[in-house]
Design a protein around this ligand. Structure first.
Ligand SMILES: Nc1ncnc2c1ncn2[C@@H]1O[C@H](COP(=O)(O)OP(=O)(O)OP(=O)(O)O)[C@@H](O)[C@H]1O
Ligand SMILES: O=c1ccn([C@@H]2O[C@H](COP(=O)(O)O)[C@@H](O)[C@H]2O)c(=O)[nH]1
Length: 239
């Protein structure tokens, strides 16, 4: 089974706590020991947003701001690599071929951002499609996809499951400025739709939730259901 996990910077490094990064690395290593082939994509979180806000005030344009964001995601990726054992590719992969090669030879590959105009959500969706992953997990700071921002609207309701095309509709009105917050970005939603990738969006604050979702499909977030499927996939049924 091949899994791509997108770990938000606000989940992995809301502050610099080595223990939290270690806990995420432990879960990734556990999954690898269980025979899961893994790619991890790490976001920039609050640190990226702080840099982007300061640079915007200094007059940087959106592409320059995205470039700053990408740099921060790659620093966070290095942090995760530092916590992972010998089975990780020590290089932060800067393209999908590099990440795919590492995963196919049995290493865990870690990516950050790759190009302006998107977020690491899109990187994770593209990597999952490129390596023919069985499952894509977004470990973010909200417990799934809601019909409004749950941190702003007390009445926001979580979707337990959502078709990929409906996900596109929910995400489409959200901001695409550098540093914007969304459970997944629009390009990611479109890639998930076209690849028909089975996808879970969950609260990754407790990394155990990533383990349960990857190994058993159990979680309290949102299942993004590829069009034309309703059955549980066979790899969970077999475990
Ligand atoms: N409809 C929605 N459903 C869920 N979350 C939403 C929605 N609209 C806005 N959000 C916001 O998106 C946030 C998650 O995205 P955010 O980009 O902040 O974190 P992340 O995925 O952990 O990645 P990073 O911190 O690296 O950018 C949530 O905390 C929530 O406030
Ligand atoms: O491929 C990418 C990835 C990221 N960015 C920029 O970085 C920030 C932070 O990334 P998150 O995934 O949101 O944590 C993002 O808002 C973009 O500005 C990018 O341009 N390209």
């Amino acid at each position: 089974m091949r899994v791509v996990v997108s770990i938000g910077g606000s989940v992995l490094a809301p502050d610099l706590d080595a223990r939290r990064v270690e806990d995420h690395a432990d879960v990734i290593e556990h999954l690898a020991r269980e025979g899961v082939e893994l790619g991890a994509v790490v976001g920039g979180g609050g640190v990226a947003r702080d840099y982007i806000t300061a640079a915007r005030d200094l007059g940087a344009n959106e592409v320059q701001l995205d470039q700053i964001g990408i740099d921060v995601t790659r620093i966070n990726a290095r942090l995760l690599i530092a916590a992972l054992g010998p089975k990780v590719d020590p290089k932060v992969a800067h393209d999908y071929e590099g990440a795919g090669d590492a995963i196919r030879r049995g290493d865990i590959s870690v990516m950050g951002g790759v190009m302006p105009g998107q977020t690491t959500d899109a990187v994770a969706a593209a990597l999952a499609e490129y390596v023919d992953a069985d499952l894509l997990i977004y470990a973010t700071s909200a417990d799934g996809v809601f019909d409004a921002d749950p941190n702003v609207d007390d009445d926001a309701t979580r979707y337990e499951e959502l078709s990929a095309s409906k996900l596109v509709d929910v995400i489409a009105p959200m901001s695409r400025d550098a540093g914007a917050s969304a459970p997944v970005d629009l390009l990611a939603a479109k890639l998930i739709e076209r690849s028909r990738m089975r996808t879970i969006v969950l609260d990754g604050t407790d990394p155990e939730s990533i383990k349960q979702a990857a190994l058993h499909g159990e979680h309290s977030g949102t299942d993004i259901i590829p069009e034309g499927t309703d059955d549980e996939p066979s790899y969970w049924a077999q475990r």
